[in-house]
Write a new protein. Structure first.
Lengths: 241, 186
């Protein structure tokens, strides 16, 4: 086809109405939908990141890392992996989404992924400092949170059993009775292998976090840490702990 | 209309002037045909494909921002169209993920003059281009045949400029190797 022919063909296709120019609003709307999808995905990812951070903080499982290899294993297995995998999948979706825009495709994938990960972590930590999750967790426990209730009940701090926070109410030989923050009465047994940074902390009235194997209401402790008044039930350790 | 820039013509065409768009067709027809022929070696209906590209460009003309350059925008439409054709018709692999775009790479300055004078490279492009993967072949076509700046290729392919440089240097090495290998067997 020579250039004049192609030009004639195209002009004829336009003039006969075989092909139409899409209106500008079509592209504006498409851009808005794309941006909205990226923003919505970011918000969901941010919410999930802060939810994971809140769960780790409020359940006290973070202290397990100080209880040796058993504590480390218990910590890793108690991470909400399903939520973490969903969050990472959202991050991949987000990466695909922003690569449609110049801000995304002009930079190497490692930079954009790392940037998003850092932004999510920082904003997730900031969101965890608010009492949003504490209120929603309490509402979920009372069956008053319709949409996210299942998330808190299934994956929230109350679903974590590797660490149990409570107050010592009675001492026995190599054991004590623990009134859990959730109201449950536990019997905690310990021995010389139990990681206990301050043995004097085993005292009536002391608030502690116990890491151990739970069987019914009996906990075989592999580590015990006193909270020294820095623990807020439902929120975890105060900042800096 | 001959003195007007592509962007001015596109702005006029956006208001419904078919001749202005026809002028753009005239300006870019041979470039699009070259791009199609070199990129899609095994396919024969290049004229139909180029026509489809211009019709798509007209349909989407309102999405073109006249403050930007028209050429990368049109090449982007052609790139997407060609990828769809390859996916539908050929068995050449088109990777979803490009590992070259993962990490940052230093940006090398464009030197089209040096590439033009490189006789061995020009011979390799002429004889062995079809032996390259679509990803490398397209970069070679845009950079060494169409002689587009690397910044424009980055816009067209939606990859960082450093990745364009990496692909190009990888393609040059491969072309020289393939061509040398071919010459040994002749």
């Amino acid at each position: 086809m020579n250039p004049a022919d192609l030009r004639k063909h195209i002009e004829a296709a336009i003039n006969t109405g075989r092909v139409h120019m899409r209106p500008r609003w079509h592209f504006v709307l498409r851009a808005i939908v794309r941006i909205a999808a990226v923003v919505l995905t970011s918000l969901i990812a941010l919410y999930l990141v802060s939810f994971v951070l809140f769960t780790l903080r409020a359940s006290g499982v973070g202290v397990l890392t100080g209880f040796g290899w058993r504590g480390m294993i218990a910590y890793v297995t108690s991470l909400p992996w399903l939520i973490i995998v969903v969050t990472l999948s959202l991050l991949v979706l987000l990466e695909i989404g922003i690569r449609r825009f110049g801000i995304g495709y002009r930079r190497p994938i490692a930079y954009t992924l790392l940037g998003m990960l850092m932004a999510l972590a920082v904003s997730g930590v900031m969101l965890t400092q608010t009492n949003l999750h504490t209120r929603w967790d309490a509402a979920a426990a009372d069956q008053h949170l319709p949409i996210f209730g299942g998330l808190y009940r299934g994956f929230g701090p109350r679903s974590q059993h590797a660490a149990t926070a409570g107050t010592i109410i009675r001492i026995h030989p190599n054991a004590f009775s623990l009134q859990g923050d959730d109201g449950t009465l536990y019997t905690v047994t310990y021995n010389t292998n139990t990681r206990l940074p301050q043995p004097e902390a085993i005292a009536v009235g002391e608030h502690v976090i116990v890491g151990g194997d739970v069987e019914g209401t009996t906990i075989t402790a592999f580590g015990i840490r006193p909270t020294q008044g820095n623990w807020q039930p439902g929120r975890g350790f105060r900042r800096g702990q | 209309m001959d003195e007007q820039t592509d962007e001015q013509l596109a702005a006029i065409a956006q208001k419904g002037n078919v001749q202005a768009f026809g002028k753009l067709v005239q300006r870019y027809e041979s470039a699009m045909q070259r791009y199609a022929r070199r990129f899609l070696f095994s396919l024969t209906d290049v004229d139909d494909m180029v026509q489809d590209i211009f019709l798509k460009a007209f349909q989407n003309l309102q999405s073109f921002d006249t403050r930007r350059r028209f050429s990368p925008w049109l090449y982007r439409i052609a790139h997407n169209h060609f990828l769809n054709v390859i996916r539908k018709r050929s068995h050449e692999p088109l990777p979803f993920f490009d590992p070259d775009a993962l990490l940052p790479h230093p940006v090398a300055p464009d030197n089209p003059e040096r590439d033009r004078q490189d006789v061995e490279l020009q011979r390799a492009i002429a004889t062995c281009l079809d032996k390259l993967s679509p990803v490398l072949r397209e970069t070679v076509v845009l950079a060494l045949i169409e002689e587009l700046p690397h910044a424009d290729i980055s816009e067209i392919l939606h990859i960082p400029i450093g990745t364009v440089d990496v692909r190009l240097s990888r393609a040059k090495v491969k072309l020289r190797h393939l061509c040398h290998h071919l010459a040994d067997h002749l």
